[in-house]
Design a protein around this ligand. Structure first.
Ligand code: FRU
Length: 535
C-alpha cells in the first residue's frame, strides 16, 4: 500500500544520515527553490534521451531484465516530492535502451517499510514455483528497510524480501508468506541484493552489501538462501559504506576465457568525491570470489579501480536475461551523486540515468580491465552527421562544425595525435559566458572535466569545488574521444571506453560552440559530430 504519511524533515534527516552513509539529506531537503520557471526547466534541463521520471525523485536503477522485446528498468522512486522519501520501485520500459516509456509504479512501500534497491531475474524454469501460468515468473529481490525499527534505534532494520510477477514485470505481488528470504544477521547496513544465474555452477547467486564488504549467498529456488562467503574487507576503496554490488561472469573479449566481475558502489569515497563505482576482477569457484593476482596488484597500487571517474555515475547495475544471441553485458547507472543529488536545480523531477552502456572485459598482457561504451542503439537516432576538417595549431582554435548543430543532443568524436607534455582544453561555451571544459593534461597525465563555470552551481558547495580527474597511464601519445551530450550531461568515453567520465551540469543557456586550446599545438583528426534526434 502506498504510504500517505509525511514525516517531519528532521526525522528524515536523522534517519537518512544513519542509513545512507552520511548522505547530507538535512542540507538538501529544504532546498527546492530554483530560478527557472517550470516550462524553461523542462526545456532547459529535462534530458532528451536519458531516462527521467515525469515527476518526483529517482535514485538507483534496480531490477533490470530483458523479456519479450522489452528492456525493463526499475528504479528507486519517490513520486510525491523531488527529494528522497518513502521508496517505491518506479518502472520504465524500452525497446532499444534509448527511448524509455514510464510505466505505473511497480512496488509500493507498506506503511514505513520502504522498498530499497535490488534486482529481478527471469525464472525461466520456474525454480521458485511462483509461476501461475505458462509464462516464466519474474522474481524481484530487494531490501525491505523498516523505518519503525530505524526510529526505535534498532540494528536489524534491513532484510531481503522477494516479490514476483506473472506478466513480465508489469504488476507484482509481494511474497508475503515467505518473506524475508534473507534475515538480518545483526548488521546495520545490510542491503541491495543483486541476483544472477550462475551458469557454470548451476545456482542462483546473490551478492549484497554488508557495511564494508560484499556477501555471497546461493539458492536453488530464489526463496531459500544459504550464506557462502564474503569479499572486500580492507580491499579497494572504503571511504564510505559499501552499497549496491553486482556480480557477473564475463568473457574476455576475443577469447573463450571467462572471469568474474564484482561491481561495488560506495558512498562517500568515490574517485572524485561522494558516490562512486569501483570494480574487481577475479575468479569464482561457486563459493568464493578471489581477486585475480594482477588485478590485486593494480588495486593495491591505485587504491581502487573505477568504472567511471565522473562524479555522476552511481549505483549502476546490469541487465539480466539478455538473449545469448545478443550476449552483451548492458549497464546503466544513476547520473547523480549523493553529495548534491537532492539540491540540483530541477523542481518537478530530480535525476536521470546514464546512457545505457555495453561493458566488455579486455586483457592487455596479463592485465584485465573493463571498458564501457554507449550502446550501439544510439546510432539509429543520428539525424545528421558533420565531418570536420583536421585541426592543427597553437593557442585557442574554434571548431566551427560544432556551431552547426544542436549541442544539447549530440555525439562528438575525434582523435588526437602527437600529444606533447601539454594541457589540451576543450571548451563548450554559450552566449552568456558559461563554459564546460574537458580534456587531457598530458604533463600530469590525467583526463579531466571542469564544470566550475558551467552555469548554476551554487546549490551545493560540493558540486563544482574540484576538477574531476581520471589518471592516465603515463605520457599519452594519442587519444580517442567519444562524447555524448544531452542538455545537462556530458559522458566522455576515452580510448574506446578505457576511461570514462560522466558529469551533469546546469547552464543557463545551451552551449553552442566548441573550441580547443593548447600551448604546444594540437593535431586533431577524424572529427565527427552527430546530431541526435530522439522523438
Ligand atoms: C544507494 C542507496 C542504496 C539503497 C537505496 C535507498 O544509493 O543508498 O544502498 O538501497 O539507495 O534509496
Amino acid at each position: 500500500m502506498k504510504s500517505k504519511k509525511h514525516l517531519p524533515l528532521a526525522f528524515y534527516s536523522a534517519i537518512l544520515l544513519s542509513i545512507a552513509g552520511c548522505k547530507p539529506y538535512s542540507a538538501v531537503a529544504q532546498n527546492t527553490s530554483v530560478s527557472v520557471s517550470a516550462s524553461s526547466e523542462e526545456q532547459m534541463y529535462r534530458p532528451n534521451f536519458h531516462f527521467t521520471p515525469k515527476k518526483g525523485w529517482m535514485n538507483d536503477p534496480n531490477g533490470m531484465f530483458y523479456a519479450d522485446g522489452y528492456y525493463h528498468l526499475f528504479y528507486q522512486y519517490y513520486p510525491e516530492k523531488s527529494v528522497w522519501g518513502p521508496m517505491h520501485w518506479g518502472h520504465a520500459i524500452s525497446k532499444d535502451l534509448i527511448k524509455w516509456e514510464e510505466q505505473p509504479i511497480a512496488l509500493y512501500p507498506d506503511k514505513d517499510k520502504y522498498i530499497f534497491s535490488g534486482s529481478a531475474v527471469v525464472d525461466r524454469y520456474n525454480t521458485s514455483g511462483l509461476a501461475t501460468g505458462k509464462k516464466a515468473p519474474i522474481v524481484a529481490i530487494y531490501t525491505l528497510h523498516d523505518m519503525t525499527k530505524e526510529k526505535e534505534g534498532k540494528i536489524d532494520v534491513e532484510q531481503q524480501d522477494i516479490a514476483y510477477s506473472n506478466n513480465n514485470g508489469f504488476t507484482w505481488q509481494k511474497f508475503e508468506e515467505g518473506n524475508p528470504v534473507v534475515k538480518n544477521p545483526g548488521i546495520r547496513d545490510f542491503r541491495d541484493p543483486k541476483v544472477t544465474w550462475d551458469e557454470t555452477h548451476k545456482q542462483w547467486i546473490m551478492v549484497l552489501a554488508a557495511q564494508d564488504r560484499a556477501q555471497f549467498y546461493t539458492s536453488e529456488n530464489l526463496k531459500k538462501w544459504e550464506y557462502l562467503s564474503e569479499f572486500g574487507k580492507n580491499i579497494g576503496a572504503h571511504g564510505g559504506v559499501w552499497e549496491c554490488p553486482y556480480f557477473f561472469q564475463i568473457k574476455v573479449e576475443g577469447t573463450n576465457e571467462t572471469k568474474w566481475v564484482l561491481i561495488q558502489n560506495l558512498n562517500p569515497g568515490g574517485a572524485n568525491g561522494g558516490s562512486g563505482t569501483q570494480y574487481f576482477i577475479g575468479d569464482f569457484d561457486g563459493k568464493t570470489f578471489t581477486l585475480d593476482i594482477n588485478f590485486a596488484k593494480r588495486v593495491e597500487a591505485e587504491k581502487a579501480v573505477w568504472l567511471d571517474y565522473g562524479k555522476d555515475n552511481y549505483a549502476g547495475v546490469t541487465w539480466n536475461n539478455i538473449p545469448s544471441a545478443d550476449g552483451r553485458r548492458l549497464f546503466i547507472g544513476w547520473m547523480s551523486n549523493w553529495d548534491y543529488a537532492q539540491q540540483v536545480p530541477t523542481n518537478a523531477w530530480r535525476s536521470s540515468t546514464t546512457i545505457a552502456r555495453e561493458i566488455q572485459l579486455i586483457k592487455k598482457g596479463e592485465n584485465y580491465s573493463l571498458v564501457s561504451n554507449p550502446v550501439k542503439e544510439i546510432n539509429k537516432y543520428v539525424s545528421k552527421t558533420i565531418k570536420g576538417k583536421s585541426v592543427k595549431g597553437k593557442g585557442k582554435i574554434s571548431i566551427p562544425e560544432a556551431g552547426k548543430i544542436d549541442l544539447t543532443q549530440a555525439i562528438v568524436s575525434f582523435n588526437l595525435k602527437n600529444l606533447k607534455q601539454d594541457t589540451y582544453n576543450f571548451t563548450l561555451a554559450n552566449a552568456v559566458g558559461e563554459s564546460l571544459t574537458f580534456g587531457i593534461n598530458n604533463s600530469d597525465h590525467y583526463l579531466f572535466v571542469d564544470r566550475s563555470k558551467s552555469g548554476k552551481n551554487d546549490f551545493s558547495e560540493k558540486f563544482a569545488s574540484t576538477i574531476t580527474k581520471a589518471a592516465l597511464e603515463g605520457n599519452q601519445k594519442e587519444g580517442v574521444f567519444k562524447i555524448i551530450l544531452d542538455k545537462t550531461s556530458i559522458e566522455i568515453f576515452y580510448n574506446n571506453g578505457e576511461k570514462v567520465i560522466t558529469e551533469i551540469f546546469f547552464s543557463n543557456q545551451p552551449f553552442t560552440s566548441l573550441s580547443v586550446s593548447s600551448n604546444e599545438g594540437i593535431e586533431l583528426s577524424n572529427l565527427v559530430i552527430n546530431q541526435l534526434n530522439i522523438n
